[in-house]
Design a protein around this ligand. Structure first.
Ligand SMILES: [Zn+2]
Length: 157
């Protein structure tokens, strides 16, 4: 199993999470575990997607065939996403994936929208953290709010 971790610095914000109703597009760079070649294009994995496998488990959220050695690989989201809270122990493993035949080497947060909640309770939807930082104004609390130093990492579980 592989985990995707997140850490960030919150100012006036108490929670951050992907806007994932099942269709959130998690974007990754992947590497074949047989030939160690990196897949040329980033791949998209969504919890609602189900692709058939040629053997073993019947379906996974993502299936690919290595362009270099022809081996099949698959990715299944097993757990998450878990929201990052201002009292979370960081980095937080927010997503757990079962990867077979491939390793995830990078995660990119820009493909779908995220959502956060201010300390005042104001919800900010449809936010873009592709630049690994975000700034806005909390009307309820009359303060500027921000999330900076957003970092993602891939770990073995
Ligand atoms: Zn390969």
């Amino acid at each position: 199993m592989l985990g995707v971790t997140i850490s960030a610095e919150f100012d006036g914000i108490k929670e951050l999470s992907p806007e994932d109703d099942g269709d959130f597009q998690y974007e990754f760079t992947i590497q074949c575990t047989s030939c160690r070649e990196t897949h040329k294009n980033n791949v998209i994995v969504s919890r609602n997607d189900a692709y058939e496998l040629s053997k073993g488990r019947s379906a996974a959220n993502f299936v690919f065939k290595c362009q270099f050695c022809g081996k099949e690989g698959s990715i299944n989201i097993e757990k998450g996403p878990k929201p990052l809270k201002n009292d979370s122990k960081m980095p937080l493993t927010f997503l757990e994936l079962d990867c077979r035949g491939c390793d995830i080497t990078n995660y990119y947060p820009g493909n779908s929208s995220w959502r956060c909640t201010g300390e005042s309770g104001q919800v900010f939807g449809d936010i873009d953290i592709s630049e690994y930082e975000w700034y806005d104004y909390d009307e309820k609390a009359n303060v500027e709010v921000s999330i900076v130093n957003i970092k993602f990492d891939i770990i073995k579980l």
